[in-house]
Design a protein around this ligand. Sequence first.
Ligand SMILES: Cc1cc2nc3c(=O)[nH]c(=O)nc-3n(C[C@H](O)[C@H](O)[C@H](O)COP(=O)(O)OP(=O)(O)OC[C@H]3O[C@@H](n4cnc5c(N)ncnc54)[C@H](O)[C@@H]3O)c2cc1C
Length: 209
Amino acid sequence: MDDHIAPRRVVILGGGFAGLFAVRALRRAPVAVTLVDRNAHHLFQPLLYQCASGILSSGQITQPLRAVLRRHGNVRCLLATATGVDVYARVVHAERADGTSVSLPYDELIVGIGVKQSYFGHNEFAQHAPGMKTLDDALAVRRKIYCAFEMAESVTERRAVVKVGRFHASGVLGVADLAVHPHRVPHRLPEPVRGTAQLGGGLRLRLPT
Ligand SMILES: Cc1cc2nc3c(=O)[nH]c(=O)nc-3n(C[C@H](O)[C@H](O)[C@H](O)COP(=O)(O)OP(=O)(O)OC[C@H]3O[C@@H](n4cnc5c(N)ncnc54)[C@H](O)[C@@H]3O)c2cc1C
């Protein structure tokens, strides 16, 4: 007689904080976990500002999920984007990196796919205040900032303008990072303004003296 009992199948969507905490909670449980993420890495979102301002590299705020979970014998990682869940059939549908589809049957499903930014009904703000949730978001902001520095280097007037989103906390924090660590900017910029700088939207930023 076959007395083998298959472990319960747990599918976790998302390898962010929520997904990783779930994996940790199940560490000693007799379950087979499949962690599905559309990225191969875990992203430490609180350091996105520093990546956007160029103070940290993308490699310093991400870690491969397989490396994070290498000691978790009951977990397998799958690089795929979840596209749907059939809760009646208990199956997750996902698209793999090469565009092929995969179906993942589960006994238990944990969803931790994060959130996206909200403009509180004003989606027209998006073009002026880009999101800051993903690595791509941070790298896009970094490109803009360093493009602005590139242009500022050749400005002859004693004034350079770094434009940040008016209602975007991460924009202000990112610029504050650069104000605190001006030596990290490799460009030869005009002498910085001392004291208080006036930003858009009536925001004032105290700069180091
Ligand atoms: C700029 C910034 C600064 C922050 N600073 C702080 C702070 O100082 N202190 C603090 O406590 N919190 C901070 N937070 C909040 C904190 O980072 C989040 O609350 C936390 O990361 C949320 O974790 P999560 O697992 O729910 O989602 P996420 O970390 O967003 O993880 C979701 C995961 O799901 C994956 N995913 C999404 N959709 C799919 C899909 N369809 N298929 C497969 N995978 C998918 C994503 O790739 C991601 O890996 C900050 C957030 C941001 C953006």
